[in-house]
Design a protein around this ligand. Structure first.
Ligand code: ATP
Length: 445
């Protein structure tokens, strides 16, 4: 298996250290006959590797080990099965009856009960929950959930799908670029006379709920036209509902026609923000419980304090801890967690520094990065400067004097004042707090 070391080194180069540490270090390689099988710790890791890195892995394996006949990624045996309570409430048989044929599959585990509600996501959660549970027709033509990657948009959509059969509803779901892929196939069939676009639309119209994930990926005029027709048809249909998810607010969608954008602006758009620390701890506890892992509170807190960008990164950290405990046969304690997460924390610390924080903050506020190290004291410069200094303090290990140095040789008391001011504004000004969390999430991607 020496060849895997070479492939891993090349992968690290290609995908970057942070992505590598997060997703590749827990992969277990093994040979089954002439085939390389990579064992992933859970379904999410499996999907992430398959969707984002599989072609790179295949290419590098072909280069470093031409004798290998193929590559597969599978889920490793988990240490424990999910307890009954956390299993989806809908049986496979029920699910197949509520999912219409055109739909992509949904994950059983993504249910409302496995989703942790917090300030950052409760409105989106409630809107999704009500959409399935409530009998009355929604007041808006469709629900639009948006937010950065890994914050639970797909989980909520799957939760809706998983609840459908109990509510006597059917659904059609398109994942990631599923809508685009599916309709490209339909257009090809249409050209060759195998089936018509209209007949496919009619079949989709049989569903009570249409859900399209990552809707910002639908940029081709043909495909967006189909979505537009579905919008209009669904809205005619009384109790039918649509949920769309995207990484950005409808008004920030690019490459869509004005006709499309005007439809987008008519729905209920709700954002999901990065979770606060309390929610992060609860998420970790819930995920640990779901796989029968005994995660002490101080360990959950340590992980939550160090991983704040998105829930997927939290899961990655938990998986590393789980892997390390299984590998060493030791119970989960703070020293084990610290050691399992060391390279993750170090990689992140290396990736974020005062210079790139300054660049990101300057770009966000539309000012020049040079101004942030300059002498100007106008508020439109001073606030972003304070924001950048406070973020540097929070996201790096730099001391107050070091930060002062990085921001034009300022005194350490100026940095301390900036940090206090930012904290005060976060507590009193919701818009400022929104900017702060958005910047923090961007920097931690
Ligand atoms: N509030 C939450 N409670 C429990 N798990 C969560 C929560 N938010 C996110 N997750 C988990 O985080 C992982 C990523 O979530 P999900 O795939 O839904 O993100 P997303 O917002 O759709 O990201 P992307 O835009 O990259 O597709 C999933 O495993 C999901 O279960």
């Amino acid at each position: 298996m020496d060849f895997w070391q070479d492939c891993a080194a090349a992968l690290k180069e290609e995908v970057g250290e942070q992505e590598f540490v997060q997703y590749f270090t827990s992969l277990e390689p093994s040979m089954v006959g002439n085939k390389l099988v990579l064992l992933a710790i859970n379904e999410f890791f499996l999907k992430h590797i398959k969707q984002n890195h599989f072609d790179k892995i295949e290419r590098l394996v072909a280069k470093h080990a031409p004798f290998v006949s193929g590559v597969d990624v599978q889920i490793a045996q988990m240490t424990a099965a999910p307890p009954k309570d956390d299993k989806p409430s809908v049986s496979k048989k029920q699910k197949t009856t509520s999912r219409i044929a055109e739909s992509d599959t949904v994950m059983d585990y993504f249910t409302f009960s496995s989703f942790v509600k917090g300030k950052s996501n409760e409105q989106a959660y409630k809107a999704c929950y009500d959409l399935v549970k409530s009998d009355k027709q929604a007041d808006y033509p469709f629900l639009f959930i948006y937010g950065s990657s890994g914050l639970g948009k797909t989980h909520l959509i799957h939760a809706v799908a998983n609840s459908c059969s109990k509510a006597g509803l059917s659904y059609c779901y398109f994942e990631k670029d599923g809508f685009k892929r599916f309709f490209e196939g339909v257009f090809a069939d249409n050209r060759s006379g195998k089936s018509s676009v209209n007949s496919v639309i009619k079949r989709i119209m049989k569903a009570d709920i249409l859900m399209v994930d990552d809707v910002h990926l639908i940029t081709s005029p043909h495909t967006s036209q189909v979505l537009l027709s579905l919008f209009d048809e669904f809205n005619k249909g009384g109790r039918r509902r649509i949920i769309l998810a995207s990484d950005r607010h409808p008004i920030k969608m690019e490459g869509f026609s004005s006709q499309f954008l005007s439809r987008f602006s008519g729905g209920l758009a709700l954002s999901i923000e990065p979770p606060d620390i309390e929610t992060r701890v609860q998420i970790l506890e819930k995920k640990a419980k779901a796989v029968g892992l005994d995660l002490p509170k101080d360990c959950a807190l340590f992980i939550a304090q160090n991983i704040f960008s998105d829930v997927r990164a939290l899961e990655g950290a938990l998986n590393r801890v789980c892997h390390s405990a299984t590998f060493t046969g030791e119970p989960i304690t703070l020293p084990l967690v610290r050691s399992a997460m060391r390279d993750l924390i170090e990689a992140r610390a290396r990736a974020i520094n005062a210079d790139n924080i300054r660049e990101v903050v300057a770009e966000y506020y539309g000012v020049s990065s040079r101004d942030l190290i300059g002498k100007k004291r106008a508020r439109n410069i001073a606030r972003p400067r304070q924001m950048a200094m406070a973020l540097t303090r929070e996201l790096t290990r730099d001391s107050f004097p070091e930060i002062g140095q990085a921001f034009g040789g300022r005194d350490h008391t100026t940095v301390m004042h900036a940090c206090e001011k930012v904290q005060e504004l976060c507590e009193t000004d919701p818009l400022f707090y929104k900017d702060y969390t958005a910047l923090k999430a961007t920097l931690q991607l």
